[in-house]
Write a protein of this length. Sequence first.
Length: 339
Amino acid sequence: MDRKVKTVIIGMGRMGRLRYDALKRHGGFEIVAICDTRDSNLDGFAERKFHDWQECLESVELDAVIVCTYNAFIPEIVCSALKRGYHVFSEKPPGRNVADTLTMKAALESSGRILKFGFNHRYHNSIIEAKALVDSGLLGDIICARGVYGKAGTVNFESEWRNDAELSGGGILLDQGIHMLDLMHYFLGEFSSVKSVVDTLAWSGIQVEDNAFAIFETDRGQIASLHSSATQWHHRFNLDIVCTNGCVVLDGLITSTRSYGEERLTYYRKDLNAKTGKLGRPSEHTLCFTEDFSWDIEIKEFHDVLTGAKPLRNGTIDDALYVMQMIEQIYAAGRRGGN
Ligand SMILES: NC(=O)c1ccc[n+]([C@@H]2O[C@H](COP(=O)([O-])OP(=O)(O)OC[C@H]3O[C@@H](n4cnc5c(N)ncnc54)[C@H](O)[C@@H]3O)[C@@H](O)[C@H]2O)c1
């Protein structure tokens, strides 16, 4: 494609606006329309406006659709856009369950178009550097990974659409833990077993889980553990990747609100020489990142795929399906009664 990609955004809430800004910064997209059921979310934009996504897709000449609605509407919009011959970038999660994701996979396969999902954590600086470090072999082979992703919650937490099972399909694991699961899949590959506990421990007014604990094992005996929490009472992101000759520790995640703290990558190599006096405190190397380029890198990758410059490597339908299957296994293996 040697012209700008004519694009519409459906869902102009927080993510729709964030994607809008990234498309504008990129410059290779022309936003031809925006759509939201709520008038107030369309105010202040100069583009053509729609309240009904079907009318929007029927009325506008376009190449690509960006889907940023509530989870429940993602599969129908994605399938409809693909069937009309448009490329699609959709927010995560890929629908509410595996069945939704399989429906989108079938629509994709018969469309010959591009479908990419917004697993944007792969594009954070600390993740990019950690992946390069682990892949370089400097630290040896991965033994295990330990991830914590926690939210503080808000005054309106219980009434948010995210905690309405019909609209979201699940709780904190599907909303936020899914990013950590995607990273574990990214670093460790496929898992062969899952143990879990999933419960609603403190938010009495919600129908979905506020905590999920899971332990996975690969065929090669590597272990990954995850705690996804809406009762951290503080925003928190931590991922340790422990290898045979060293360790990478990711702490914090740069976001627009800076509420997850600074984004730091620390790594150190095994040092068993007690004579150096460093036993237990090997030399550490720390990188600290203060800017979030993840949205820009992700949109650039989408554009590169549309123009044929690169193949689609991240956020594929198979990545999406794999992570949804992990989530369904976690739910099936560990769901308890709630508070
Ligand atoms: N990639 C990430 O890191 C990330 C972060 C946050 C949210 N998300 C995902 O992005 C999506 C949107 O989340 P958000 O935080 O922007 O929520 P939000 O509530 O801020 O925005 C959702 C918007 O979609 C609109 N909408 C809902 N149904 C619609 C429909 N049928 N047609 C048109 N508009 C519709 C709503 O009016 C609202 O403006 C969710 O799927 C969420 O899981 C991804």
